[in-house]
Design a binder for this molecule. Structure first.
Ligand code: GRF
Length: 217
């Protein structure tokens, strides 16, 4: 079967992009990376795309008078590349309701917290400050509101004594790199679908066990 064509939108270092590049390198993965778009010309992730031989485009929001024109340029690039699914991976622009509805069910994002807790920025610092014992990351469909929209998958990690924001971010990031390709695969395979306002799973999709922190042992 033809592979689904994926675009990844980035603004920065692109480690999640790299995880998707690595996943797509597996012949069994049902998707291929058709396009990487960065709104920042110096994003490190662009080099990763170049190294992997993936088509890349810089669409700098600063070159446009308004959000609509910027998004029209994004849409042109995505449509020209015949993209089926769009993954936001550290893409630091808020997208309009129109863009989100154009791509409804085919536009996903990763966020480094267990949503709906800790949406927005500086989440690792805020989690440490709040003293939560379990943190994690979320892959979700994109809706008009930032870091909102039906959840496809989550991974949880413990917050450990002595953690600072940096240590916690690294522990979460490791799981982001596992979760994002896994959720994308579910979506491409039709095993997770956006139906109405919620995500419906195929019977073959299994749940996971509990993470308890501090350990009961
Ligand atoms: C990740 O923590 C992701 O969850 C958030 O932005 C960060 C991007 O990191 N949305 P990278 O560019 O993928 O390394």
């Amino acid at each position: 079967m033809a592979k689904a064509r994926i675009a990844v939108l980035i603004s920065g270092r692109g480690t999640n992009l790299q995880a998707l590049i690595d996943a797509c390198a597996d012949p069994d993965f049902p998707g291929e990376l058709a396009l990487v778009i960065s709104n920042r010309p110096n994003a490190k992730g662009l080099e990763r795309a170049g190294d992997a031989g993936i088509q890349r485009e810089i669409i700098d929001h600063k070159d446009f008078d308004n959000r609509q024109d910027f998004e029209a340029a994004l849409n042109d690039a995505l449509k020209t590349a015949k993209v089926d699914f769009v993954c936001l991976a550290g893409f630091m622009r808020v997208l309009t309701n129109e863009f989100a509805s154009d791509w409804r069910g085919r536009l996903i994002n990763i966020h480094p917290s267990l949503l709906p807790s800790f949406e927005g920025l500086h989440v690792h610092e805020r989690m440490i400050e709040a003293g939560v014992k379990i943190a994690g990351c979320t892959v979700h469909f994109v809706s008009a509101e930032v870091d909102n929209g039906p959840i496809i998958g989550q991974a949880a990690v413990p917050v450990l004594p002595g953690d600072d924001a940096e240590k916690l971010a690294a522990r979460i990031l490791e799981q982001e790199h596992r979760l994002y390709p896994a959720c994308l695969r579910l979506l491409i395979d039709g095993k997770a679908r956006l139906t109405g306002g919620s995500v419906v799973y195929d019977e073959s999709v299994k749940g996971a066990g509990a993470l308890i922190n501090p350990s009961l042992a």
